[in-house]
Design a protein around this ligand. Structure first.
Ligand code: DC
Length: 227
């Protein structure tokens, strides 16, 4: 069967990565979580004192981008690839609310985007890839055979994120999570470079009222028609 490229974009906490992993497993494709790459760059900035709640030293981060090495390594026990920043597994750290609080600012920087988009294009060159993010169908793979645009109501997304974080033992309030979701929506959709927009040929999936299984079945139908 011919291999295709599947691009999944959409708002934060719409279950893009869950869906992408399901599809990749089903088709035997590689899965690339581009949000993890922006998160890892953000973690690098935090670790080096380049971003905190008062300040963001953009020019210094841009200068130091060549020091950042990002690698995905497949973890067979988990069934997906984990993010390594300069040789260290940072999968847990990059999912914290602290990183989530700074990542949109870092993702606004054109030099950061250019570096990551270049790496993403290389990762998808051989096709047979499911990639999720904000600009995959518009910038990274404008020729992707399947483009999905995921959405869900903000309160539903905040509840999902809140459950996820509490399950991991993080002490957070629902209101703070909702605030972060809304703030990221705003920054992601209004930034100058590659804002989150639905590609003209993307299929929108609103999963506010869908179970994971219902969503997966719907999407696999779309994909099978393209294969
Ligand atoms: O998908 P996520 O929530 O892990 O993404 C983290 C942040 O990175 C998100 O606020 C927007 C940014 N991002 C981006 O700008 N472009 C991408 N392709 C992926 C993520």
């Amino acid at each position: 069967m011919r291999k295709i490229t599947i691009a999944i974009d959409g708002f934060s906490s719409t279950g893009k990565s869950t869906l992408a992993k399901q599809i990749a497993n089903q088709l035997g494709y590689a899965y690339v979580d581009t949000g993890a790459m922006y998160r890892a760059v953000t973690l690098f900035a935090m670790q080096n004192g380049l971003v905190d709640q008062f300040d963001f030293n953009k020019s210094e981060l841009v200068k130091r981008l060549p020091e950042i090495n990002l690698q995905f390594e497949f973890n067979p026990e988990l069934g997906f690839a984990e993010m390594y920043l300069n040789g260290t597994n940072v999968e847990k750290q990059i999912r914290s609310l602290e990183v989530s609080g700074f990542v949109s600012q870092v993702a606004e920087v054109s030099e950061v985007r250019a570096m990551l988009v270049k790496q993403q294009k290389q990762m998808g060159m051989a096709k047979g890839v499911v990639m999720d993010g904000r600009d995959i169908g518009t910038v990274v793979f404008p020729d992707a055979e399947v483009k999905l645009f995921m959405s869900a109501r903000a309160d539903v997304r905040a509840q999902r994120r809140f459950d996820e974080l509490t399950e991991k033992g993080q002490l957070v309030s629902y209101d703070r999570v909702l605030e972060n979701v809304l703030q990221r929506d705003h920054i992601d959709t209004t930034r100058e470079d590659s804002p989150l927009v639905k590609a003209a040929d993307a299929i929108e999936v609103d999963n506010s009222e869908l179970t994971r299984e219902q969503q997966f079945d719907q999407v696999m139908e779309i994909i099978k028609n393209k294969l």
